[in-house]
Design a protein. Structure first.
Length: 709
């Protein structure tokens, strides 16, 4: 028997449809099966790392730490227990298992951890699925490999999971309890990515508050040749009144020069024109797509991920959680088919594209576990507005790869009048190439027509304008720019930082799949408890730290606030994935770091206490954590049918542990009504009695009504 285990049900459906044309007739509750071939699925991580109390009843107390497991424990998620038991049962009969997790370390981990937990000893193979269209599926099935080849990737996922557990569990407890012992308030949610991300926002706000605006002046000449306007700005001499940045700070200086050059011609004294080319921007990775969509449409990173995930599930685009902007060279041949489909779908630029052009994106050396997000060639149908916007962005970027480079001239020039020099520069398009695809989307403010200028040309009586300007503080982060900062975190460390190159190599802090949730977690509370305080809040589109968030960064150990810790960790995780470092050494380093930070927290009690008190006045109504899966929050929805609000878990795979059906919670003053059975702990359902015209609480597991208020 051969058993394929997909990461999610939609991937299992794609596998089954590739294997059998009449696949739907082979579907059962937990799998697709035809003869001795089974295609089943997980619901993402259906195995969870055990909570502290699993390592000793005393650790159920939040005040008990450190917790450093010597033998790590896992357990099936209650919300997926029935599916897990089916997988366990079918693995007992399997001769060959094919790991169908997503093509990254988390995908490797979540299937391998099931096999590890049940003790499967048979043959295991690996299939890497980057998209669900027929061509991509064919390619994936033709290149199935031994799973052992990806064992280091599993170890990297395991290392990430355990490190985050050690940091999150232990340091959140240490800082929170230390604060409470000294009269403080609030839960300190400490994470190795969350804290340096918060530090970016806090440090930016400090820069803004410490900023002092300074006025400066520019004298600009407005010229024209052959009817084409251009401009140049005064180059100050060494004796000019300048600030440290070379800006003119006295108005009388530019007033005098303006009078000196008034009503006089200018002469071109320097002119240089160089021909250059510019390749099309690379296709999108998830982070570059999120940043661009936030900038263009104001979409939040989580909303962009939701839309591109939906497009992926409908087979319209490739794997969404990609950190790569490149495409395998072997897929260049798919261009003809995909471009035709796009042309048929209304993309005029696709009809004009040259399928023989092989852009720089087709590079095997730069493709990671998955490639850039691209259209599959399956024509979209009935997309809603925001899905259409995201799809169009992905499609247009792909089309650009089949256009020639943009050719332009870079022009630098100087004009002189009565000894004063005015300098200017610009780009002049010679051949637009890929820019003709969508000028409005990929605009460049430096691109404009510059006339041919030759040394000695005389420009008759220009117009001179004095502009009073002010230095401006750095801009606050938006969700999009913060996500970009997390991706390019190396730009926010000093040039002499020894980890700068490592930060570049590991592609920032967090992963494309987690960055949006980290930002959302800092923005909002994720528990029904009133002592969970937000660290960041929104002012329009801008992100500003709360008093509690600022106080956390000021009092927590400096090493946690800097990206270096995560840089080293991510670098080491990559080394584990490449087989250059072992899991044991990584965990020893992590344990040492955690214990050092616990000691620091306990030594800094007064500062931590004050920090906690500082955030009390900003307390907000929190979101409610799902009582079943504990991974997502409950979302408030509206039913047009009943004309009432209700709550449901944001995790689509989260279901009642007994009935296997989604759980809907009633709404009471914008809060979910949650009741659990006092005997078994399962969520209770509300049942309405038509006879008594009254609601009752019913437990599906105990099969009895509960007399609860």
């Amino acid at each position: 028997m051969t058993v394929y285990i997909a990461e999610k049900p939609d991937i299992a459906t794609a596998m089954a449809s590739f294997l059998w044309s009449d696949y739907s007739s082979y579907k059962n509750k937990h799998c697709y099966q035809k003869g001795d071939v089974v295609v089943t699925w997980a619901y993402g991580h259906i195995m969870t790392t055990a909570m502290p109390e699993a390592y000793g009843k005393e650790f159920a107390d939040f005040g008990k730490y450190p917790i450093i497991p010597t033998a790590w424990k896992k357990q099936p998620s209650p919300s997926a227990k029935e599916q897990f038991e089916y997988i366990r049962s079918v693995l007992k009969k399997a001769d060959v298992v094919v790991n169908g997790g997503d093509p990254d370390r988390e995908g490797q981990l979540l299937i391998d951890e099931i096999l590890e937990y049940v003790g499967y000893k048979g043959e295991v193979r690996r299939i890497l699925i980057n998209a669900k269209d027929s061509e991509s599926m064919k390619r994936a099935f033709e290149h199935i490999e031994p799973n052992e080849k990806y064992r280091p990737l599993y170890h990297a996922g395991l290392a990430r999971e355990r490190a985050d557990w050690l940091v999150g569990i232990n340091l959140s407890r240490a800082y929170t309890i230390t604060a409470r012992r000294h009269g403080g308030y609030g839960v300190w949610r400490v994470g190795r990515v969350k804290i340096p991300t918060l530090a970016l926002v806090v440090n930016r706000e400090k820069e803004i508050l410490d900023f002092h605006s300074v006025e400066f002046y520019e004298l600009t000449g407005k010229y024209s040749k052959n009817g084409i306007p251009f401009s140049a700005t005064l180059k100050p001499t060494d004796d000019a009144p300048l600030d440290s940045e070379g800006r003119i700070i006295r108005r009388d200086y530019v007033d005098r020069i303006k009078e000196d050059v008034k009503n006089l011609p200018a002469r071109v004294t320097q002119s240089e024109r160089k021909s250059q080319t510019e390749s099309a921007p690379l296709p999108y990775s998830l982070d570059t797509l999120q940043v661009e969509a936030n900038k263009r449409y104001g979409m939040s990173p989580s909303s962009v991920l939701a839309k591109v995930q939906s497009l992926y599930e409908k087979k319209y685009v490739s794997y969404p959680r990609s950190d790569c902007n490149y495409i395998p060279a072997s897929q260049h041949g798919d261009g003809k088919r995909i471009l035709k489909a796009l042309a048929d779908n209304g993309f005029d630029a696709a009809a004009r594209a040259d399928e023989n052009i092989q852009g720089r994106c087709f590079n095997d050396g730069k493709v990671s576990a998955h490639h850039a997000i691209i259209p599959t060639g399956v024509i979209p149908k009935e997309l809603e507005e925001w899905e259409r916007k995201v799809y169009d962005m992905i499609a247009i970027r792909y089309i650009m790869q089949f256009y020639p480079p943009c050719k332009y001239d870079v022009v630098k020039y100087e004009l002189t009048s009565t000894g004063y020099v005015f300098a200017g520069s610009g780009k002049s398009i010679v051949s637009p190439g890929w820019r003709s695809v969508s000028k409005s989307i990929e605009r460049d403010d430096d691109v404009r027509e510059i006339p041919m200028l030759s040394v000695g040309d005389e420009i008759p009586i220009p117009l001179y304008i004095i502009e009073t300007k002010k230095t401006t503080p750095p801009k606050r982060f938006t969700e999009g720019s913060l996500l970009a900062a997390m991706t390019n975190i190396w730009r926010f460390v000093s040039p002499d930082n020894p980890n700068k190159d490592r930060l570049k190599e590991c592609k920032g802090i967090g992963t494309p799949a987690t960055r949006d949730s980290i930002i959302a977690d800092l923005l909002a509370t994720k528990s029904g408890k009133s002592d969970i305080l937000p660290c960041i809040q929104k002012k329009g589109k801008e992100l500003v730290p709360t008093a509690f968030g600022t106080a956390m960064i000021e009092s927590i150990h400096e090493s946690l606030t800097k990206p270096d810790l995560t840089a080293v960790m991510e670098y080491n995780l990559s080394a584990i994935a490449d087989g250059k470092m072992n899991l044991e050494n990584f965990m020893e380093q992590t344990k040492k770091m955690v214990l050092e930070n616990i000691a620091f927290a306990e030594e800094s009690a007064p500062i931590i206490s004050d920090a906690s008190k500082g955030g009390m006045e900003e307390q907000e109504v929190p979101h409610e954590e799902c009582p079943v899966c504990r991974r997502k929050t409950l979302a408030r929805k509206y039913s047009p049918k009943t004309k009432e609000h209700f709550w449901v878990c944001e995790e689509k795979s989260c279901v009642h542990p007994t009935t296997g059906k989604p759980i809907f919670y009633a709404d009471n003053r914008k809060k979910p009504v949650i009741k659990v059975c006092p005997q078994c702990g399962d969520p209770l359902n509300q049942v309405y009695s038509k006879k008594r015209k009254q609601l009752y609480w019913f437990c599906s597991k105990c099969n009895e009504f509960k007399n609860l208020p």
